[in-house]
Design a protein around this ligand. Sequence first.
Ligand code: SF4
Ligand code: SF4
Length: 406
Amino acid sequence: MKETAKIADSCLKCGFCLNACPVYKELREEIVSPRGKLRQIKAFTAGELPSDKIIRKVLKNCLMCGSCFKNCPSSLATPHAIQKLREELFGKYGHDFIKRGMKYVLSNNKTRALSALWARIVYNNFRDSLPFDLPAGALTVKNMPLLAQPLKAVDFKNNGNKKVFYFAGCVDKYVFGDTGRCAARVLDKLGYDVMISEDEKCCGIPLIISGDIKAVKKNAEANIELLTRQYYDYIVFTCPTCLTAFKEKYYDIFKEDGVFKNKLAELEPKLIEITGLIAKEKKLPQLLGAAGVKVTYHDPCHMVNSLDTVKEPREIIKALPGVEYVEMNPELAASCCGSGGFYHVYFPETALKLGLKKVKNIKKTGAEIVLTACPACKLQIAGSLKRAGSDVKTMHIIELLDRYLK
Ligand code: SF4
Ligand code: SF4
């Protein structure tokens, strides 16, 4: 609480964060802006609020995109203050039924796999024959993609090459399994020895940002144990949000635990987002076949605001011979697509507006394909494009790379 109060207390009220906040830009209400949130947090920590009702609502109305932190001249960790208070309020109020369901599914690999199987059978067979459409967060059932076959475990070939553990995350494992397979193929084509494990567990981000740290600890411990069990040169991610869990959130979870803190420090230099690894390690132009498409790129929030990985995806796209790259203006490329963990479920109208704004900016570029580097952004953007009647395709960069890599 002290830490939270200190952050809230340090706000200069300058307002530089306002136009960086996608929620504020959409709603134009001071109370949901980063500055307004900090003011509420300050009042809450000082015991000045008559009830928790408004603060709970205000804290929920946040995408946890990190843009306020990035644009604050004092580098105030507003998302961290929001997170800490969510933890405290979770201790008091617990989860609603949506999050209870999500917790049940994500906490255990068996329930996760069974839920995905059930969803794949029911959804893939009935989506197109439904006589009506239903809302699904900011999207609708008919605008959601079909689920691909899940990504399977792969063992090392032990061919003497650099060893890479590919941490796929829930979405690229169970929804976009094809993206996961592309990532494994690209890493293989680039000469890495790749491993994918059935023992990888949900990184826990949806529950962490909901304040439920206790539920995540077991999964986090299992993931750290798995990744420190044997030697890897790199641990690679196609989901920047999963990587943020390891690089930021797990440190906070294990700050009092010397054993896991040390194991995390051991992992730290090996943790890398896939475009970051490829841009750093390989000379792509010699490896690529001709492409011949016009593309643009959407920056996922965590790539920009947490991982600082902005130039690497662009380097890879521009290295593809025959690809015409059209940049959205940088501010628009990095504006949130509206997904934000559970945000689109609780605030579908704002999330939809953000999604459609992104669609408008994509269309302006005239691109045939919008590339991104995050499975959640891919889901939200593809659904928003479909909802808007656009035939622009949405792909993870790694899918395009796989298509044109010799
Ligand atoms: S930019 Fe930082 S200091 Fe300025 S109002 Fe926003 S949070 Fe406060
Ligand atoms: S994390 Fe994003 S949505 Fe939340 S207050 Fe900051 S800028 Fe706004």
